[in-house]
Design a protein around this ligand. Structure first.
Ligand code: GDP
Ligand code: MG
Length: 264
């Protein structure tokens, strides 16, 4: 993906935080936390929800896909299951994405941040044409940072950790956007093990060796592939529930925005 750099002065451009992650990683809860944090900082963000199937939003969205498409109606109309209904809803919404951008553009001069929530199931956004179109359109207009949310407690074994990192890596290379790994739920499990595994190759190998399944050798080899990926990304540990880690997170965002302006 190529992301043409916006031409105007960077100080007038709000930062888009595109929140992506596996189902249940805490994307929507993090949206709520970021929204509350930015309101407290007197920098109220513009908030977009692109998950057609979320039942209850814990934050108020300025633009909500559910106002445009009802995924249950789409399921009925096209005789689809839930996955097809959700994907088709996102596709229908994307055909009107120029209108969404217009609304954002109008508000942009008075904004510091635009927050974007994505569908619960990660593939709906990352492996669909719509997700690509939305991401490219945002990144062409605004400094856009991918916030990849990791369920830290569920990534605590070498095998689940490496699967999640490979997924994150594939998204980074696909979007080619500045990237933050947000290790969420540190109130349940601190993310220091992850930082150690990402910086100390031997420590990860040792942990992988303890795993006696056939996955162990695959896991160990995969970690070699990821060394380069680890070097280029930013890491923040946080809890969307307790609010810890917000300062470190926004520091990572500032660095990511600098990267957008120097490299994209
Ligand atoms: P999404 O599918 O990625 O949008 O995930 P949700 O935001 O809906 O969260 C999934 C579950 O994880 C919910 O039960 C949340 O309460 C829980 N959750 C989210 N963030 C945290 C966190 O920081 N700590 C803990 N303990 N639970 C969290
Ligand atoms: Mg969600």
């Amino acid at each position: 993906m190529t992301t043409p750099k916006p031409e105007t002065d960077r100080t007038k451009k709000p930062t888009v935080l595109l929140v992506i992650g596996m189902a249940g990683s805490g994307k929507t809860t993090l949206m709520q936390r970021l929204n509350a944090h930015l309101h407290a900082e007197k920098k109220p963000p513009y908030v977009l929800n692109f998950d057609p199937a979320v039942a209850n939003l814990p934050y108020t969205a300025n633009i909500d896909i559910r106002d445009t498409v009802k995924y249950k109606e789409v399921m009925k109309q096209y005789n689809m299951g839930p996955n097809g209904g959700i994907l088709t809803s996102l596709n229908l919404f994307t055909t009107k994405f120029d209108q969404v951008l217009n609304l954002v553009d109008k508000r942009a001069p008075n904004l510091d941040y635009v927050l974007v929530d994505t569908p619960g199931q990660i593939e709906v956004f990352t492996w669909s044409a719509s997700g690509t179109i939305i991401t490219e359109a945002l990144a062409a207009s605004y400094p856009t940072v991918v916030v990849y949310v990791v369920d830290t407690p569920r990534s605590a074994s070498p095998a689940t950790f490496i699967s999640n990192m490979l997924y994150a890596c594939s998204i980074m290379y696909k979007t080619k956007l500045p990237f933050i790994l947000a290790f969420n739920k540190v109130d349940v499990k601190p993310h220091d093990f992850a930082v150690e595994w990402m910086t100390d190759f031997e420590a990860f190998q040792e942990a992988a060796r303890q795993d006696t399944t056939y996955m162990a050798s695959l896991t160990a080899s995969m970690s070699l592939v990821l060394e380069e990926f680890y070097k280029t990304l930013r890491v923040a540990g946080l809890s969307a529930i307790s609010g810890q880690g917000m300062d470190g997170f926004f520091q990572a965002v500032d660095e990511a925005v600098d990267e957008y302006w120097t490299e994209y």
